[in-house]
Design a protein around this ligand. Structure first.
Ligand code: NAD
Ligand code: UDP
Length: 315
């Protein structure tokens, strides 16, 4: 087992880079596979010199063959920001369909466990609150978010079919909104965007009346949950997220306070199909993985703000 590698597709992305870092810290050999469509080699530059880490430039929509033994495949490769739903719609659909197929094929060939990074978006604009894994979701299959939501639902179905009919040792993680250092400055997701706006003194752009909610998880907490799930024998799906729910208007005010900014808040139109409420029920993760997030929103935001301040100062 010690000589077996862990493959992380999307390993040069936001979550992937933190995951690779944690795995290397635990003494595992890691191969990060990425085509850099939304990730960057700089995200893992600090790991590049280490003998246990390899960064492979590869599009997971093409078959992947590796000479080495592999014990675990994490499949994270997929753009994930709503701004990418119009910028990279077909790339998202391919990464989650053909890309998932190829990542599963690699896992089966190697006899490895496979973990799919799915999403709370499979619940769509949920009619059940908080969301439990038993909820089937409320998704518009032809709406502007469908390229992502339905692609992830397909990826879950594909993983389940390979488990049921081909004996794949699989796990599905349903990840809720996660934030932290290393998200792209132009990523477009709300935490990063509000912090950038506040640090630059620009208006903070709340969509709708700001009453919609999200529950934000700090990336280091999420990574611990992903590793706990991978190291268990649980198939999932299991929600991984922080149940601390916040309105977007409150998030804007909090970020303005924590950045000591003079930014004002402006209201703009709410995007179509934007989920109104989102909060994970994490009972399963607590019971089966003994996992729960440890970082409060204020403390995680403070760390993210510090890191973004340094990034902006370097520009
Ligand atoms: P990200 O865009 O920072 O990372 C995705 C990575 O995948 C990037 O490095 C990108 O270059 C790579 N990639 C995309 N298509 C690829 C392909 N065809 N071949 C190889 N590499 C490819 O996004 P993230 O926030 O780190 O998300 C990582 C995973 O976690 C995604 O699958 C996403 O759906 C899932 N997820 C993230 C969140 C979140 O809040 N961050 C929430 C739910 C689910
Ligand atoms: N949002 C906002 N202003 C922005 C960007 C996002 O009010 O400039 C809102 C968005 O409408 C949504 C929430 O913040 O209700 C979270 O958006 P994000 O794009 O981070 O991810 P989502 O959870 O929608 O996938």
């Amino acid at each position: 087992m010690a000589s077996e590698c862990v493959v992380v597709t999307g390993g040069a992305g936001f979550v992937g880079s933190h995951l690779c870092e944690a795995l290397v810290r635990e003494g595992r050999r890691v191969i990060a596979v990425d085509n850099f469509v939304t990730g960057r080699p700089e995200n893992v530059a600090h790991l590049a010199g280490q003998p246990d880490f390899t960064l492979l430039e590869h599009d997971i929509c093409e078959p992947l063959t590796l000479e080495t033994d592999v014990g675990l495949v994490f499949h994270l490769a997929s753009p994930a920001s709503p701004v990418d739903f119009t910028r990279l719609p077909l790339e998202i659909m391919r990464a989650n369909s053909q890309g998932t197929w190829n990542a599963i094929t690699l896992a089966l060939e190697k006899g490895a466990r496979f973990l799919l990074a799915s999403t709370s978006e499979v619940y769509g604009d949920p009619l059940e609150h908080p969301q439990r894994e038993t909820y089937w979701g409320h998704v518009n299959p032809i709406g502007p978010r469908s390229v992502y939501d339905e692609a992830k639902r397909f990826a879950e179905a594909l993983t389940t079919a390979f488990r049921r009919f081909r004996g794949l040792n699989s796990a599905i993680a349903r990840i809720f909104n996660t934030y932290g250092p290393r998200m792209r400055l132009d990523d477009g997701r709300v935490v990063q965007k509000f912090i950038r706006q506040a640090l630059c003194g620009d208006p903070v752009t709340v969509f709708g009346d700001g009453s919609q909610t999200r529950s934000f998880c700090y990336v280091e907490d999420l990574v611990k949950g992903l590793i706990a799930l991978a190291d268990s024998d649980q198939p999932g799906p299991i929600n991984l997220g922080n149940p601390e729910e916040k309105t977007i208007a409150d998030l804007a005010r909090l970020i303005i306070r924590l950045t000591d900014s003079r930014s004002s808040i402006t209201l703009g139109p709410k995007p179509p199909d934007d989920p109104q409420r989102r909060k994970p029920d994490i009972s399963l993760a607590r019971d089966l993985l003994q996992w729960e997030p440890e970082t409060s929103l204020e403390s995680g935001l403070t760390r993210t703000i510090d890191s973004m301040r340094r990034g902006l100062a370097d520009k």
